[in-house]
Design a protein around this ligand. Sequence first.
Ligand code: G4P
Length: 536
Amino acid sequence: MDENTKQQIQRRRTFAIISHPDAGKTTLTEKLLLYGGAIQSAGSVKGKHGDKHATSDWMELEKQRGISVTSSVMQFEYEGYCINILDTPGHQDFSEDTYRTLMAADSAVMVIDAAKGIEPQTRKLFKVCAMRGIPIFTFINKMDREARDPFELLDELETEFGIGTYPMNWPISCGATFQGIYDRATRQVLTYDDFHAGRSRLETVAIPLEDEETLVERITETYLETLKEQAELLDGAGEEFDLGQVRKGKLSPVFFGSALNNFGVEQFLESFLRLTTSPLPRRNAEGGMVDPLDDHFSAFVFKIQANMNKAHRDRISFLRICSGKFQRGKEYYHLQGGKSLRLSRPQQMMAQERDVIDEAYAGDIIGVFDPGQFSIGDTVCEIGQNVRFAGIPTFAPEHFAIVEQIDSMKRKQFSKGMTEIAQEGAIQIFFYPNSGMERVVVGVIGMLQFDVLKFRMQSEYGVEYLRRDIAHELIRRVRNPEFNAEDYDLTSDTMWVKDVRGGDLLIFNGSWAVRWAEEKNPGLILAEFHQDIQEG
Ligand code: G4P
């Protein structure tokens, strides 16, 4: 590999920012973009208020609801690093996309509200990160407000998530009495003359912890005493810093700060970039690992987005480059399609704009127009290479509804829409065996996905339908060949459906119905829904 390509790959940092809604993910992302000079004013990334529009708000639905439904990628430069931030949806609802985005990241930044600690979605997202064993950095936000005790917050992370924590800095009080933060590596107290929510970095005064004379001029004495005690406690009783453990996702470096007021943000960004990894190797299902510094280009599709731009009706497939260098116009091989192809109009998100690009490197995400050839998890590589990426799981839906067409004149459009959207994998659509397509079962992870489906069926296929939510909540794959539900003793409300690939599934009204199926039918082989798409 030539030196330039190697350097380009090594300076890439691709990560996702995750949080429960309102913890401050958007604000932190915005500050990082501001520092990198990628956007000019605060508010550019916000999607919540008035006419400010979010960078990632492409779909009409997002604008109507003022939320970010899809995930996007933002690339910017900072002090020699080339940073790709993968944005995950920040609204109340979850989708498969949220999880899949994490499959494309090499590390994650978990934003936590200091007053609230771990919240339900932090928990869900953490699980996916832990499953992949990627480094997880924690930013405890909103220290300018009344916060929970920092020791208690660390304890919660450790006990709930079963990981070690290493506070990189330490807050000196919080809320109205907030005085600054203590940087453990340099043993300096960082104080600020003036908090502000603006774009520029904060004017920071750094004073060594030993320099008490200067410190007492800026920090209330009792807080200083407390800080000294706490710093000693951390050094004595806390975890050792171990980069190896950080890289394995077993030890989370923790930063306290306030995204809104800029404090702690710069220190966070700099430490984070230093400690996180350049693009990680990926498992090759054909055997071995794919090294990002391998000469040969390879990538996998982690997300398919329909209709991002009204002017183009095509879908855009997002590929995470895993090795080598991508060159526009070059012929590559689409493994699952068994065809060579040139990717048309490859694009990259440069903060606010989408640009057509000529080259991209391992760690980067590119979006390509896709007339329908790709499915989630597909591999694109150089001709003659034996690469097949493994490990994009599909997650079990948690809510189900029966969706029925209204207008029999639109039968074709209804079944085309449902089938195509099912193929994208953004929403799970199941079909009744031995019956027509006028009724299907839809499964989603977040209820909002029902709205996305409705909107897309209307706007892309011109179809209205009836939706009836059902109380069923558990889904299992059936591993028996030639399965027919009528041959088994199942509760009357258990539903037998097929997925888009023809696989058999059972949807149950509750865990007791699953138990019934298992107990009454010793020959029935049920498996978790969750599986690797590529193995499915
Ligand atoms: P999210 O993407 O994780 O959903 O959170 P977001 O950044 O949108 O932040 C949620 C709310 O919390 C916003 O207030 C934001 O201004 C506020 N916030 C973020 N970081 C901090 C912080 O460090 N300190 C304080 N005090 N507040 C913070 P909002 O009222 O919903 O929106 P806005 O009117 O401020 O834009």
